[in-house]
Design a protein around this ligand. Sequence first.
Ligand code: UDP
Ligand code: MG
Length: 310
Amino acid sequence: MISVIIPVYNEEKNIRILTKELFDVLKTIKDKFEIIYINDGSKDKSILILKDIAKYNKNVRVINHRKNFGQTASLNSGLKHAKGNIIVTLDADLQNDPKDIPRLLNKLNEGYDAVSGWRYKRKDPSSKKIMSVIANKLRRKITGEKIHDAGCSLKAYKKEVVDGLELYGEMHRYIISLVALRGFKISEVKVNHRSRKYGKTKYSSSRLIKGFLDLMFIKFWSDYSNRPLHFFGTLGIIQYFLSGLIIIEQIIKAIVINALTVGPLLLLAVLLVITGTLFIIFGFLAEIMIRLYFRDQPEQQDHMIKEVIN
Ligand code: UDP
Ligand code: MG
C-alpha cells in the first residue's frame, strides 16, 4: 500500500483540485493507496473542505493539528499514521505535480530506498531560487550526498527508511540527507514544478539561517551522535594546546626582557584554559546524555542493520 502524506496550512483553494489530480493518478497504479492530509492549524476553510473530502472517500484520512506546528511537525504526524509500505510526500499548494508519482515509484523499484524529486525548472520567484542554489551547494558539500534539490517536497520512501526518523525544527528540508547519512540508498528524478496559483508561501529569507543551523546539527548528529566526547573533547584539547603555546611564548618573553607583563595574550591563554575545560566537561555530559538516549530508544540504531543472514 502507498501512503501519500500532505501537510496543509491555509490551502483552501488548492485541496479539492489536488485531491482530484491525486485520484486520477493513483487510480492507474495497481497498489492500494491512502491519502493523509495533515491540517496544520489552518485559519481558512481548509479543515472543513478536508473533512468533507474524507466523508466521501474512504481512503482519505485527515489529521487535524491543534494549532500551527510547522511543515516538519505535519510530516512527522503523517509519517506516524501512515499504514503503507511505501510513503510519498508532496505539498498541498499544487506546485508539485501528482503525475510524477509513478516515476518516483518506478525509481524506488529499481532498488533505491528513497527517491527525491528534482525541480529542474523551478517556478518560484528568483530570490527563492538563488537562496536554494546556495543552500543546496552548501548541503552537498557538508553531507557528501549528491542530490540536486533536497528542498523538493515530492519524494518517495520505503517505509523502513522513515521508521524511527525523528524530525525536529525545520528538518523536513533535510530528510533525504538524514536518510543518506543513515546509510540508505538514495536517488532522484526530474519532476515538474508549477507556480503557486492560490494562497501564499509560508517561508521568508530567514529560512537560510535556520536551514544552516539545522544542517550543522545533522552533520554533527551523523558524525558524533555515538561519540560526542570526541567532538567536544577535541575542541577542548585544541584550546589547551593554543593556551600552552601562548604561555611558552610569554615565558620566553619574560626571560628575555627579565619581567612578566600581564597583557592581552596572557589573558587569552587563561580564557582558553577555562573554555577548553568547559568543552571537555560538555563532552562528558553529552556522552552521558547520549547513552541514556540510546538506552531508552534502542530502535534509534535499528537502521544500521540492513539484513541478518541465517
Ligand atoms: N505547511 C504546513 N505548515 C506550515 C507551513 C507550510 O503544513 O507551517 C505546508 C503548506 O501548506 C504546503 C507545504 O507545507 O503544503 C509547503 O509550504 P509552502 O508552499 O508555503 O512552501 P514553499 O513551496 O514556498 O517552500
Ligand atoms: Mg509551495
